[in-house]
Ligand binder design. Sequence first.
Ligand SMILES: [Zn+2]
Length: 253
Amino acid sequence: MLGDARIGTPASRAQLERAHDAAYLEQLASLHSVTWLDPDTVAGPTSWEAARLAAGCAIEAVDSGGFALVRPPGHHALPERAMGFCLLGNVAVAARHAQDALGCERVAIVDWDVHHGNGTEAIFRGDDSVLVVSLHEWPFYPGTGGPGTSDETTLNIPLPAGAGDDEYLAAFTELVEPAVAAFDPHLVLVAAGFDAHADDPLAHMQVTERGFEELARRSAQLGPRCAAVLEGGYNLETLPRLVEAAIRGFDSA
Ligand SMILES: [Zn+2]
């Protein structure tokens, strides 16, 4: 389905230290046995390489304007620990790379994974060079991102269970597009999770394939350049065509 896909290269320790504590990276690098890092997140001796590859692909997506199709996902990873299937903040590492290596001073992150991107928020909270937007089911895991948690450069959009294309696209029109336009980013980085799909087993939203295509199209229109990184999406029957729909959307912007 993805004829022009290619394999990326791992992120360097220096690239990862832009978003994570050195001591935590050392812990990941030195895992010698299977270890539960939090109640949802298991890792072992090969996880360091997998996580560095995921972050490295996110960096390459920023360089090329592409879509990093990676696991493990990243948006729950905190500066100092793993959380919610996430080891490294792939999008956060990529955003810092865009700032430090590509001169993209202002980066807008738009996260439409069904869960709140609490790790990304924790990494950039109080940093006025990165706007972090998250649309998510609420109340729901991880429990953060509820009403009243937005600030100058944090926009949390909690949506009730059962929301679908209409609610997501209305939130884009009323909240996301004005906020990102006012921020005037040099790069839009999409944390593209597909677990808000109607058939996803982990959540309770009703977004359709067509809805993801439109979310992607409208995300790519938010700035002069755009890249995307895969986050969640747990129905392996539907995930390939949802990714394909998003790529159609990004390409048609
Ligand atoms: Zn998710």
